[in-house]
Design a protein around this ligand. Structure first.
Ligand SMILES: NC(=O)c1ccc[n+]([C@@H]2O[C@H](COP(=O)([O-])OP(=O)(O)OC[C@H]3O[C@@H](n4cnc5c(N)ncnc54)[C@H](O)[C@@H]3O)[C@@H](O)[C@H]2O)c1
Ligand SMILES: [Fe+2]
Length: 433
């Protein structure tokens, strides 16, 4: 009740103080990083390494499409050659629904496994992470959502991403979907970061263009939200800038020619760098809203982000003009000599142009006006519980922002909103990665 009476400015100030405190904590939180193997064939090399680790039995968690495409081949061949015992659970579907993760957990136990390879896009990788936590911490999966909800260390995880988007191979997060409540839930634990991971562009050559596009913009959104958020550090800045540069250069190439393994490898690296940035600096309103679209409409995560990213940037711009200007320069969308206002506008326009080139719509076909109040409420709740957003939004503002993604919105809404001159954050020194 009291919080409803506070002005947005006061709430922003209060949130800033809380988030700054939390930011000091995350800045020093120890987060391990996996040993990375990179390049065509690296999933086989990872298999050789895992075979030498002396596990009793390894569970490979993946989805049916990946298994059918034969993408597991190099890994399983190497495991066999190295004498390692493994079983495959290939039933995960997009956004890892809780009942399927429970099946995977039962499979893990039935086969007496003691290690997991998370093999696939974010959905399979996150399901694997959740099986790894739940195997050691028996409680309903829903109760694992939140921070450090498992007391005991998860089972050892290795990862092979087959999309270049989520960065889950290096992050502390695992997303599941709760079909009963139509919600996406996130478990956060520094111990779910995989021990080793392979970024193998050869596995991504057949990724369809629409999935390449959406997952690539997911990675872009991680980098941008980490860069403009209030927990950014010189380390996350370096990672975010590197990711943004690589994505603007290589995502169109990978989209137009999936067999371009150089572009695929650079996108895989960009996704990992963006993961390293946001796992420490966190995300913002784009993700908070996208998760609600995913929960209610099953909108693919990257697509939901891609639609909301320019809209949220329009709103956030007055608070982060200089940061957006730096991103524009790194994306080669403008020159340092230009004013920050010009460069920031170029960046947001550049995101829209990239979306258009990748065939991504500017509105969400499934979005219904009647759902918007609930979507906005849930998005604000998610964001205000833990995302260090650069410019505060109240529920009415969030509703207005989501409304701009309605399909019947006139074309004028696709233009960037007039960006007001407003208090600008002090620029941070940035570090090249
Ligand atoms: N843990 C994290 O840090 C994190 C970060 C961002 C997003 N996520 C979550 O990850 C999920 C989305 O993951 P995603 O975007 O990678 O998509 P996804 O894993 O849902 O995969 C999308 C589709 O692409 C197919 N696919 C995957 N790799 C393929 C390949 N190489 N060739 C052909 N088809 C392939 C899959 O079979 C699936 O049908 C969402 O639930 C999202 O919330 C997690
Ligand atoms: Fe994401």
């Amino acid at each position: 009740m009291m919080t409803k009476l506070l002005s947005p400015a006061m709430r922003q100030a209060g949130m800033d103080a809380v988030m700054r405190g939390a930011g000091k904590f995350t800045r020093f939180l120890p987060i391990s990083q996996p040993t990375l193997m990179v390049g065509p064939g690296s999933s086989g090399r990872l298999g050789e390494a895992i075979a030498g680790m002396g596990h009793r039995k390894i569970l490979i968690v993946t989805d049916a499409i990946i298994a059918k495409l034969g993408l597991l081949g190099p890994l399983t061949k190497a495991l066999k050659a190295g004498g390692a015992d493994y079983v495959v659970f290939d039933r995960i579907t997009p956004d890892a629904p809780i009942p399927l993760i429970e099946e995977g957990l039962a499979f893990f136990k039935d086969h007496d496994c003691d290690a997991i390879v998370a093999f696939g896009g974010g959905s399979a990788m996150d399901a694997a992470k959740l099986i790894a936590i739940a195997a050691r911490n028996p409680k309903p999966l829903r109760d694992l959502a939140g921070y450090f909800k498992g007391l005991r260390n998860p089972v050892t995880i290795y990862a092979v991403p087959t999309t270049a988007g989520t960065g889950s191979e290096v992050t502390v997060a695992a997303v599941m979907s709760d079909p009963e409540r139509k919600q996406k839930l996130v478990a956060m634990d520094t111990r779910v970061v995989p021990r080793m991971a392979a970024l193998d562009p050869a596995l991504m050559a057949g990724l369809p263009p629409a999935i390449t596009a959406a997952t690539g913009i997911d990675a872009l959104t991680h980098a941008v939200e980490a860069y403009i958020g209030r927990w950014a550090t010189p380390y996350t800045d370096g990672m975010a800038l590197a990711a943004v540069g690589l994505i603007f250069e290589n995502l169109p190439r990978a989209y137009h020619d999936g067999r371009d393994l150089v572009a695929r490898e650079k996108m895989a690296l960009a996704s990992t760098y963006a993961g390293l940035a946001f796992t420490r600096a966190n995300v913002g309103y784009v993700h908070a809203i996208a998760h609600q679209f995913g929960g209610l409409y099953h909108t693919p995560h990257g697509l939901a982000n891609a639609i909301m990213l320019p809209l949220v940037l329009d709103y956030s711009a007055p608070a982060v003009i200089e940061r957006l200007a730096q991103l524009a320069v790194r994306a080669k969308l403008g020159h340092e000599r230009e004013s920050d206002e010009t460069l920031a506008a170029r960046f947001i326009d550049g995101v829209r142009a990239l979306n258009a080139e990748l065939g991504i719509p500017s509105t969400l076909a499934d979005l219904r006006e009647a759902d918007i109040p609930d979507l906005a409420r849930a998005a604000c709740k998610e964001a205000h519980l833990g995302y260090p957003v650069p410019r505060y939004l109240d529920e009415a503002g969030c509703e207005a922002l989501i409304r701009r993604a309605l399909p019947q919105e006139p074309r004028a809404a696709a233009k960037p909103a007039k960006r007001a001159k407003a208090p600008v954050r002090r620029p941070r020194k940035t570090v090249a990665a």
